[in-house]
Design a protein around this ligand. Structure first.
Ligand SMILES: CCCC/C=C/CC(=O)SCCNC(=O)CCNC(=O)[C@H](O)C(C)(C)COP(=O)(O)OP(=O)(O)OC[C@H]1O[C@@H](n2cnc3c(N)ncnc32)[C@H](O)[C@@H]1OP(=O)(O)O
Length: 390
């Protein structure tokens, strides 16, 4: 049964956990399904034309096991074995439900999925993670001497997918040699960015987890290197809350302007992770080790004013005038002689480059190990199952 479900619909962890709980239409009558009803239900299931969704499949799996074998009696699969762990959890959740009741519930559930009731299924399709054809998750524009790189995934709080990291690396390489004087990062919508898209690590088959962590570590290192090596003044226009990697990277920016509705949050410990973006080196230098530790170890969220007082933010503007004031100022800066801008940046940053590359390499290696840890797996499970919000 388990094999059949997996073969026909092959649920990934993300699919399994993202579906909302479905109305199961359980029979409340005292009626008991016979062996024949149970067998018919199994056959009826094979004829379904529409995928009932992973929540329902997990429920069917659990009820089948309970009806045929009784309460869950197998060892708990490892945290890394996402799919079998989800199945085990579903079965185990049935506790000591009698076999006959499980059989009846199974029959009722299959019956509720028959073609006549398929149209009333409340299962939603999985949210698309990757860029859709025609959509632009990163928008790059060049005007008035400014290359603007904008996070443009507002419905996901501008969370950064794997393809967005690659697009940003590409955009930075192009901006380093284009005609613009300065390069500016900003976000579309109410968030600057909620950092790494946490589903980058959840929609992964169990046997590819180590490879995925390794590839992510390589990508992270290349991504942060692109900021370390960027030759022109780099400005962040922080239009709203910023979380994770988009905060740590600010230590590699030359100027950071923030709206007073922006916040700065690095919840690495809560996520079972560790700092990246060279923050383990830049933050203590910028704000002193004690203040850096409060952010990077304990995940203290800062207001824009606090971030400014700690030297992470250059200046804070009232939200009502933020865009106007900031862009007027940046347009004026972009008229300054471009070579002079580059040379001054080079003088400020060059002594640090070698150190920053070494820090980036180490942080990326440490994070690779963290992504495989049980602490991190737990945090990701919590996020995708929406049991916790930061
Ligand atoms: C390969 C390089 C790896 C580099 C590693 C970097 C490490 C980091 O960046 S760690 C930081 C990771 N980010 C987070 O932990 C933030 C997680 N998100 C949240 O806690 C909340 O979503 C929020 C506080 C940002 C916003 O909460 P709010 O209640 O206002 O809105 P939501 O309903 O939660 O969000 C709307 C929509 O957006 C999705 N979403 C938001 N942030 C992320 C994210 N980081 N990853 C994936 N998806 C995200 C959220 O799930 C909602 O989606 P649905 O509408 O489909 O439910």
């Amino acid at each position: 049964m388990a094999g059949r479900l997996t073969r026909r619909w092959s649920p990934s962890l993300l699919q399994v956990l993202r579906f909302p709980v479905v109305q199961l239409h359980m029979s409340r009558t005292a009626m008991r399904a016979s062996e024949k009803d149970f067998e018919n239900a199994r056959n009826q299931l094979k004829l379904l034309t529409k995928d009932p969704g992973n929540e329902v499949k997990l429920k069917l799996y659990a009820l089948y096991k309970q009806a045929t074998e009784g309460p869950c009696n197998t060892p708990k699969p490892s945290m890394l074995d996402f799919i079998n762990k989800a199945k085990w959890d579903a079965w185990n959740a049935l506790g000591s439900l009698p076999k006959e009741t499980a059989r009846q519930n199974y029959v009722d559930l299959v019956s509720s999925l028959s073609p006549s009731s398929e149209s009333s299924s409340q299962v939603k399709p999985a949210a698309a993670n990757e860029k859709q054809p025609g959509s632009e998750n990163i928008i790059v524009t060049s005007q008035d001497g400014i290359t603007k790189i904008m996070f443009n995934r507002p419905t996901k709080k501008n969370a950064i997918t794997t393809s967005m990291y690659k697009e940003i690396i590409h955009a930075l390489k192009a901006a380093s040699t284009d005609n613009s004087a300065i390069t500016v990062f900003t976000g579309n919508g109410d968030y600057y960015s909620s950092g790494n898209d946490l589903t980058n690590f959840t929609d992964v088959p169990p046997n590819s987890i180590e490879e995925t962590a390794k590839n992510a570590s390589i990508l992270l290192r290349e991504f942060v290197d692109a900021f370390i090596d960027f030759p022109k003044p780099l400005v962040a226009v922080i239009n709203g809350p910023a979380v994770g990697i988009v905060v740590t990277l600010l230590g590699l920016f030359d100027v950071v302007y923030a709206s007073d509705k922006a916040t700065f949050h690095t919840p690495f410990s809560e996520l079972g992770q560790s700092p990246e973006g060279c923050a383990s080196y830049t933050f203590p230098k910028i704000m002193g080790p004690a203040k850096a530790a409060e952010m990077l170890i304990f995940g203290k969220k800062l207001t824009a004013g606090e971030a400014c007082a700690r030297g992470l933010v250059t200046e804070v503007f009232p939200e009502s005038t933020f865009q106007k004031e900031v862009w007027t100022r940046l347009k004026a800066y972009a008229k300054l002689p471009t070579n002079s801008l580059r040379i001054s940046k080079e003088l400020i940053r060059s002594n640090e480059k070698e150190k920053l590359h070494a820090v980036n390499a180490e942080e990326s290696t440490v994070l690779q190990g963290r992504w495989l840890s049980e602490e991190c797996m737990n945090a990701l499970m919590n996020f995708v199952s929406r049991k916790s919000k930061l």
